[in-house]
Design a protein around this ligand. Structure first.
Ligand SMILES: *Cc1c(COP(=O)(O)O)cnc(C)c1O
Length: 479
């Protein structure tokens, strides 16, 4: 072979540059290096999961690996040992005492869905970049929407988190009402609505006052009569309403706003109803639990976060709409650098995100792995654990409990000023952590609470009894 008289073609083997082949899987034969790498990584992950109960929910400070790339490529063994350092310092959601947040252990099939989705490296931006996945996504969104009770023809789009789902819902509502250029339009929500509403308004170029937060009742739910009054007043003053946001499952206590009454008010005033069901909408997937979120089916749009109770690996959120084409009307730009859609439209035209991973894969696989019976079992377990903890804490004198119909429970000392409640929450959280129980410490109604999210399927009676014992002792109550 003589010396080439032209520069090497782009496809020339990289070995010619004195380097081993670049680490992309060979397209024409099994790649033993990749196979081994994946097998070792799987084994490492499985041992991390299998030792979860031997490590605390919240690890201490850990050693960090080097972050910058070295001059020479690193072998798989080195990468895996660097990875182990990060894993050693990671939050440990599979520990039975991990009760602080809405972040459960990962559902098995969703781990596989993430792996395969990464390997396929398709893009939900356009049909030609994800032919089967686009169809799978569209069909699964339609199934979810109908399962939640939305009318035939409903559907939606996955999003990287509930914050984004809520933002897309409000942008779509505003666009559908022709209020895009209206600087004084408002959004109504309860005082306990999620902070992502404020973020959405910021992105939408609206001032903080555009979010009207209505007081909640003693159960933490929106007062529907106050809502009706507010809607009447706004109409009289000529102030346009972008949407009413009802929450199905508030973040601290899991309260559910009275959706049927709110829907009636919205219909009467011709206002868009968005239900932020990031926590609670999942209960409508089961016949046995649907009664916890009645009226969901009357929403114009619903946020559902399978990444929470169902344990679908993050991120997994979906925005479902009764009329999904409104998404395309709000966000569609035309994709001049793509082939025209040959079936139901490009994924990138029906939402804010452009390039998007195949998050649908882990959701679809996870739902199929659980089956309707498994979904119901997850919900049953979560509600049963909340009830059990509630029963254990109720007899503790001086403790005020706040909860709702779902799987969240928060509590604070009945007596003392907010500063003493804060000191109690700090001290008690430390004592709980020392007992391998991790709770969170939200500020709710101007007082610090401790909050337990009972979505972890590994949590048993032993953990709940230990928890109640520490809390009782913190108030000087006999355990
Ligand atoms: C978690 C949550 C969100 C936001 O979801 P992210 O996935 O964290 O962006 C919105 N609303 C409620 C009620 C939530 O609990």
């Amino acid at each position: 072979m003589g010396l080439p008289d032209h520069p090497p073609l782009a496809s020339a083997p990289p070995a010619q540059r004195g380097c081993s082949p670049l680490p992309f899987a060979a397209p024409d034969s099994e790649d033993p290096a990749l196979q081994q790498f994946l097998e070792q990584a799987s084994a490492q992950l499985c041992s991390w999961l299998a030792s979860a109960s031997q490590r605390p929910p919240l690890p201490g400070l850990s050693v960090m690996p080097a972050v910058e790339p070295q001059q020479r490529p690193q072998p798989a063994g080195q990468l895996l040992s660097d990875l182990q350092l990060v894993m050693d310092g990671a939050y440990n959601p599979s520990h039975p005492g991990a009760l602080a947040h809405l972040d459960p252990p990962p559902l098995a099939a969703s781990i596989v869905g993430d792996l395969i989705g990464a390997g396929l490296n398709n893009n939900l931006l356009a049909e030609e970049l994800s032919p089967s996945l686009t169809r799978l996504e569209r069909s699964l969104m339609a199934w979810l929407a109908e399962r939640l009770g939305l009318p035939a023809g409903s559907g939606g789009v996955p999003a990287s988190g509930g914050t984004l789902s809520n933002l897309m819902a409000l942008v779509t509502a505003r666009h559908s009402r022709g209020l895009g250029c209206c600087a004084d339009a408002v959004v109504l929500a309860s005082a306990d609505a999620h902070v992502s509403m404020a973020k959405a308004l910021t992105v939408m170029g609206l001032p903080p006052q555009a979010l009207h937060q209505l007081p909640v009742d003693a159960g933490g739910a929106m007062d529907a009569e106050r809502l009706e009054q507010q809607l009447v007043q706004l109409r009289e003053r000529g102030i346009p309403v972008i949407a009413v946001v009802a929450t199905a499952g508030t973040t601290v206590r899991g309260a559910v706003d009275p959706l049927p009454e709110i829907a009636t008010a919205c219909q009467r005033h011709g206002v868009w109803l968005h239900v932020d069901g990031a926590i609670g909408a999942v209960f409508a997937l089961s016949e046995a639990h649907r009664h916890r979120v009645p009226g969901l089916e009357q929403a114009d749009s619903i946020t559902l976060n399978p990444q929470k109770l169902l344990g679908i690996t993050k991120t997994s959120s979906v925005l479902l709409l009764a009329t999904p084409r409104l998404l395309e009307q709000a966000f569609g730009t035309g994709l001049p650098y793509m082939e025209p859609s040959w079936s139901g439209g490009h994924g990138g035209e029906s939402g804010l995100q452009g390039s998007r991973p195949a998050e649908v894969l882990k959701l679809w696989l996870g739902l199929r792995q659980l089956g309707l019976a498994g979904i119901e079992a997850v919900l049953d377990g979560a509600v049963a654990r909340r009830r059990q903890l509630q029963a254990l804490l109720a007899p503790i004198t001086g403790l005020h409990l706040v909860s709702g119909p779902l799987h969240l429970l928060a509590f604070t000392p009945r007596r003392g000023d907010p500063a003493s409640a804060e000191r109690w929450s700090l001290r008690t959280r430390q004592q709980l952590l020392a007992a391998d129980l991790m709770l969170s410490r939200p500020l709710y109604g101007h007082r610090h609470h401790l909050k337990a999210v009972l979505g972890n399927p590994h949590t048993g009676t032993a953990e709940l009894e230990r928890l109640a014992g520490v809390v009782a002792a913190s108030l000087g109550s006999p355990p």
